[in-house]
Ligand binder design. Structure first.
Ligand code: PLP
Length: 367
């Protein structure tokens, strides 16, 4: 049996593992071993300091992260990173930052960078004229060896396009917004200088953003940055610079534990996510008269499966029927319309199979 949470295909916040929801319910009553509600435990308690330590340890283990990188838990969402990054790496550098504009979210990352210095948009997907359906190939990117850094979004949540290889030039700092595919597959952290991801896709509820930063980047920090926007302040304070979102961090800690112990790490997570995505793209491709995938097939996201039906009326009918079959969150992002099935880590293969079955039925029955 599925409850509605298991069939929540929302783009964000995404569905969480049932076991994590159960642990969270329990923690709202009383955290085991503490006897207090997670909503009332002090962020200055030893328990919370240990929770931060444990969360960082689990993340490091999953990523096999060398000590030359720091892990920070910050607030302000992924959006605040759009500003904090150029403040640190572009301000006063005299260099140009290179950005890939591959969809809705990477487009949002560029204006805050322009406030801090020169920005060159290396690839503008909008110029392709088809609404960010494809990503650049390595040959299409002329990355400068003198750039301050390269910034890109590994998975465009709205359009459902995802890089399957790492763009950019080794030797130039590489900065990546992995908000909507962090920990969905393994990656080599040493090819990156700064990776960030808000929690509310693969990791937990909104409120906390994970940042993995090469420590050497903090050796030279431009003057004039307010302390709360200075990564060093958060590092020194061990991610307790001001009152952190204790409950959100608790949920993240449970998800990391689930990922390590129940799933077995990033390789099995990746294998599972591939099966989920293959199932959905399979049903789309089986019924080209009914479903049209948005992304160029080579760039298809394994997290956000975006597609259209031939008319807005049929899309409305699809959504209505899906809703009465127990599914939710399938309506596409407000900027793009259509349908989007988000299949983050917490979404089970069984729930995806159920959606695939529904889509096959919908197509066969000629609705
Ligand atoms: N980057 C990506 C890839 C996203 O999907 C989103 C939101 O969904 C954001 C950034 C903005 O995140 P936030 O709302 O946490 O600021």
């Amino acid at each position: 049996a599925f409850d509605r949470n298991a069939l929540n295909f929302s783009g964000g916040p995404g569905a969480l593992p049932a076991v994590v929801l159960a642990e969270t319910r329990q923690a709202i009553q009383a955290v085991p071993g503490v006897g207090l509600s997670i909503l009332g435990i002090s962020h200055r308690s030893d328990w919370f300091a240990e929770l931060i330590t444990q969360t960082e340890r689990d993340l490091r283990a999953l990523l096999k992260l060398p000590d030359s990188y720091a892990v920070l838990l910050l607030q302000g969402g992924a959006t605040l990173q759009f500003s904090m990054i150029p403040m640190l790496l572009l301000r006063g550098s005299g260099c140009t930052a290179e950005y890939l504009r591959t969809g809705y979210w990477s487009a949002k990352s560029i204006p805050p960078a322009r406030l801090e210095g020169e920005v060159r948009v290396l690839w503008d997907g909008e110029r392709q004229g088809d609404g960010f359906r494809r990503l650049p190939t390595a040959d299409e990117l002329e990355c400068s060896s003198a750039a301050a850094y390269l910034h890109y979004v590994s998975n465009e949540t709205v359009e459902g396009v995802q890089f399957q290889t790492i763009p950019g030039r080794d030797g130039v700092k590489r900065v990546c917004d992995m908000s909507s595919d962090f920990l969905s597959r393994p990656f080599d952290p040493e090819r990156f200088d700064l990776v960030y991801a808000h929690a509310q896709k693969n990791l937990g509820p909104a409120g906390v953003t994970l940042v993995v930063i090469r420590r050497a980047l903090l050796d030279q920090v431009p003057a004039g940055i307010p302390e709360i926007l200075d990564y060093r302040a958060h590092l020194q304070a061990r991610s307790i610079y001001n009152t952190p979102p204790v409950m959100a961090i608790y949920v993240v800690s449970r998800v990391l534990r689930w990922l390590r112990e129940e799933i077995g790490g990033l390789e099995p997570m990746d294998a599972l996510n591939r099966r989920k995505a293959d199932g959905l793209y399979g049903v789309i491709d089986r019924h080209p008269d009914v479903y049209a995938g948005w992304a160029n097939p080579a760039d298809r996201s394994r997290m956000n499966v975006v597609f259209r039906l031939p008319t807005p009326e049929r899309e409305a009918d699809f959504l209505r029927r899906a809703e009465s079959a127990g599914f939710s969150g399938l309506k596409g992002h407000r900027s793009l319309g259509g349908i989007r099935a988000s299949i983050y880590n917490g979404m089970t293969l069984a729930a995806v199979e159920r959606l695939v079955e529904f889509m096959d039925d919908f197509a066969h029955n000629g609705h």
